[in-house]
Write a protein that binds this ligand. Sequence first.
Ligand SMILES: [Zn+2]
Length: 132
Amino acid sequence: MNINDGADAPYWNGLADGVLLLPRCGGCGEWLWPALSRCGTCGSEEIQWTERAMAGTIFSWTRTWHRFGFTESLDLPFVSIVATVDDCGIRLLGRLDDPDQIDPLIGEAITGRIGATRVEGRDIPTIIWSRG
Ligand SMILES: [Zn+2]
């Protein structure tokens, strides 16, 4: 898996550098996700990678109790979420700190930090979200 050569490479490189960078069209201002090399709204190829705070709300979640591929480094159970990032509407997949196994609430406020998920011997940057 090479995460550093696609249209979303600045996202991964940003996480590796400790910041959340998300793409915004320089032509019309639309936030673009998944990352694209051209805006689907206005056709501009001017993509501006913009730092965003790791703050948002829970859009959806699931708690995983059984192991499957690429989850070898995670303690079971773990909670995966889709987080809506504040002020841009982009939704990102991530993990939620879940030490007490309390069911998350849709719309609950969360903040993120950058961690890592070990996959096939390599640490992949991951946003780990926490409540509040
Ligand atoms: Zn545009």
